[in-house]
Design a protein around this ligand. Structure first.
Ligand SMILES: *Cc1c(COP(=O)(O)O)cnc(C)c1O
Length: 357
């Protein structure tokens, strides 16, 4: 494990806060950024220069390696303000573990836990006034790590920079989503980097997603690379179905991102003694369940949306309409429970909330 020599964080505060410019009742997603950002440098095999400074542009050489060969990984989590006015992060230690899984696969250095957590803690604490208390809103936290060598040969960078920026945001989707089963393009393949939050995974998905959007869908439902039969993920969310009262989700592996929301939803389902299956599920099985009227629910899970109900699935020129959202027992219950845990309205029995202030 790499250690941080010095996690004393140098703090340079912004001369004026921009928080009064934010309309907390009309937040969009990912467009506004809080007053400060965190960064730390990896050089000569160790981490140092941890600092918090005003959010702003970064001078960067055009030869910066991340821009050319994609040694660029990220994380996403949210900070919430609970009913007592406390600011808490949802399961940030899981994001720390996952960024290091991503780092290993991308031949990047791991980030010491103290550095990751201290950076997060001090940044979110300093910008605590940016954490919305409005229902459904939160402060989205985006840690990311990039290769910073000024070198355009293809090899792992020797130097890296780790950043954290934050952005207040409202609900990600305002309506249930319509998804299109993708029969040609793929998101991930065995042996690839589908399980990694690597920037390139998202760039490559934009073109097929745009084609689906031009046909009136919000997102793609990705299928397996070999046969395009097994469902994998939808957009940047894990996929879940409720068929005959059983919660079914594709199993983790090379091609599936191990979502923290996914894990949280499965944990709650098991707490509630619901039958849970992590197994391959084909589009044929979904269509069949739809015909038999046993496909009760379909939804995506992810930090941005938490639970995104799927209202319609397009496949081979036909649209399959799913039951009305209010009739969906499990996904509504689990969305409410996660909200209640974050707002401090029910006991946090799994210790998911990490208090900042
Ligand atoms: C981030 C992400 C998810 C969801 O992960 P969470 O930890 O729940 O936010 C799912 N799929 C992909 C491809 C992702 O990038």
């Amino acid at each position: 494990m790499l250690t941080a020599d010095n996690i004393t964080i140098k703090v340079q505060t912004a001369p004026h806060s921009r928080v009064s410019e934010i309309d907390f009742d009309n937040l969009s997603f990912g467009k506004m950024f809080s007053d400060h950002m965190f960064m730390a440098d990896f050089k000569n095999n160790h981490w140092g220069d941890a600092q918090i400074l005003p959010y702003g542009p970064l001078p960067m050489s055009p030869s910066t390696s991340a821009l050319h060969y994609g040694q660029s990984i990220f994380e996403g989590m949210k900070a919430y303000k609970n009913d007592k006015g406390e600011v808490l992060l949802f399961r940030p230690l899981e994001n720390h573990k996952r960024i290091n899984i991503s780092a290993e696969r991308m031949a990047m250095p791991s980030i010491p836990q103290e550095l990751f957590m201290e950076g997060l803690r001090q940044l979110v604490k300093l910008d605590k006034d940016w954490v919305p208390s409005t229902e459904g809103a939160s402060l989205y936290v985006r840690p990311f790590l990039i290769g910073t060598d000024e070198f355009i040969g293809v090899r792992p960078s020797d130097s890296y920079r780790f950043y954290i920026i934050t952005s207040p945001g409202g609900r990600y989707y305002n309506e249930p989503v319509k998804v299109l089963v993708e029969p040609n393009f793929i998101r991930a393949v065995e042996g690839g980097v589908g399980f990694v939050k690597a920037s390139g995974n998202y760039g490559r998905s934009l073109f097929p997603t745009r084609l689906a959007q031009q046909r009136g869908y919000h997102q793609i439902m990705w299928t397996d690379a070999r046969n395009h039969r097994y469902l994998e993920e939808s957009g940047t969310m894990n996929l879940m179905f409720v068929i005959d009262d059983v919660l079914i989700t594709p199993p983790l592996g090379d091609t599936i991102l191990a979502g923290i929301t996914r894990d949280s939803v499965l944990t709650l389902a098991r707490d509630w003694k619901m039958k849970v299956q992590e197994r391959k599920i084909s589009i044929d099985e979904i269509i069949d369940a739809h015909k038999r009227k046993t496909l009760d629910e379909a939804f995506g899970t992810g930090t941005a949306a938490t639970i995104a109900h799927i209202s319609q699935i397009g496949f081979e020129g036909k649209d399959y309409i799913l039951p009305d959202v209010p009739s969906r027992i499990f996904s509504n219950r689990v969305a409410d429970e996660l909200d209640n845990i974050r707002k401090g309205r029910v006991p946090d029995i799994h210790n998911w909330m990490y208090k900042i202030v």
